[in-house]
Design a protein. Sequence first.
Length: 630
Amino acid sequence: MADWMKRDNDVRSPGFLPGGGELGGRIRSRDWSGTPLGPIDAWPQVLRLALSICLDSSFPTAIYWGRDLRLLYNDAWSPIPGERHPACLGQPAAEVWSDIWDVVGPQLARVMETGEGFSAFDQMLPIMRGGVQQETYWNYSFTPIRDEDGTVVGVFNQGHETTEGIVARRKAEAEIERLGRLFAQAPSVNAILRGPSHVFEVVNAPFERLVGKTNLEGKRVADALPELVPQGFLDLLDRVYATGVPYVGRAIPVIFQGLGGEAPQERIVDFVYQPLADPGDLGQGIFVQATDVTDVLRAEAALRESEAKYEAIVNSIDQMIWSALPNGDHDYFNDRWYDFTGAAPGSTDGSGWKDVFHPDDQERARAAWMHSVATGEPYHIEYRLRHRSGRYRWVVGRAHCVRGEDEAITRWFGTCTDIHDLKEAEGKRQLLLREMDHRVKNLFSIALGMISMTARSAPSVPAMAEALRGRLTALARAHDLIRSALGGQVGQGQSTSLRALIEKIVQPHLGAPGDPRMSFEGPDITLGESASVGLALIFHELATNAAKYGALSTPEGRIAVTWTVSEGKLSLDWAEEVGGPGITPPSSRGFGSELAHATASDQLGGGIGFDWQPGGLIVHLTAGMDQLAQ
């Protein structure tokens, strides 16, 4: 009896709330006399006992007391009201939970009225937090608190928030649903096999289309697709399932039987067998993903064949072919281009093609090309390209654009054609036409000069006729050497030595052979046909001018021709001594000089210079020995 009285006195004394954490201290220190709960010393014993249990619990626990359900709670429950704590301590539940009172109000009222407990799981409560209404979820219970006579005087509340779990579950379910849709809608071939017997659990439509069968789910691979067994695929599945090591197959031919006795069909497939769990786990299986690459590989093969045909065609044409992007950058040249230029493949892509152009033609060609790129007008121009030999050759470049449906330029295709020989032939033709005109006039002058010179020195008319006949015959023999050039009949000239060539050219302007007015000194040099014609033109011009104005126009005149060879080059001097009154240099370069310069540089790979001295002309000629042999 004494122990009961002691405990009863302890419960009724202010010290009945020892400990209880922060909330225990707040409740003990607060003056409750001005509240409907009244002074703490006067609180009913049932409230004191319930509160003692609440404060000592480590689980979130609260008490709603009296008709207006005044709120008391422990430390574990204090985070639940959020920013309403601690002001909500001792306040009516309707005020504390005004935002969710339409949900919890009727639940609390029913417990107070009926005395029956209430539980909720994952109950959605739209609680205001930080001024924003949030969707939250809770597990909680309401338990009636009764006094000594059984009357419900309050509600005992325990619970915790499950929002994070609900949200996580929703996300997981949404992800599973999304993955399911992706699995079903994926263009790749997908299936999931379960167990050591490889039973189809999930199959998407592309898988069914690939194998040519439906209703595969629930069937073993060996039963649904027996044609795969002798092809070794079941053995692969067994190995992947047993070892847990994935298998990747690339471009594997697979024969599928199909439905209704259809003819077997071979497809080329890339596939992956990916184990779903630890090896040997009978509850797990294999994820199958495959891609039918049959059409792609066949298209690639056809494309390669088409490209090979294209390459064979463009490389069989004896013409340089190229293509360029709409901005003008070149991206393709055929083999003829690289054969001609000697450039490394790819080195002339983009704008690198300019490097093989003659420096004097680069800007002109670039401007013409960029004009075509900007306007779409056809490209047509002549320029010089560096040949693999190092020499520049004339080519004609042409290009046309290709347009798309919107009329925008999509690509350029062009050609380069070697016209160097034609251009040289045309130049020679024009040159020789002028030369022919010049020579016809000179022949009359030479003939008149020969007659005059012969008449002055001949003792009689018969002697004059004989001397003149010999000179005209020598002139004809000299012209035989240049007939092929004048007539365009290459191959009808004769190879000869350098000295013999000069003697034949000059002889018509001299007396008898061995005339002391002409001297020669130099090593023997044999000339090729082409070089003989070129040198014949040069020495014919020099001899003609010497007969008209220079050393051969006077009886005292002399000509000394000397030459040497060094490092593959011929160096020749034609030195005239007039022997009479000095000569007057010409005021400008005549056609004969132009002819000599052009022949020496273009045909003979050298040059020629004229030095007009008071006593006579000195001509210095250089030529490449390789060119002289041609």
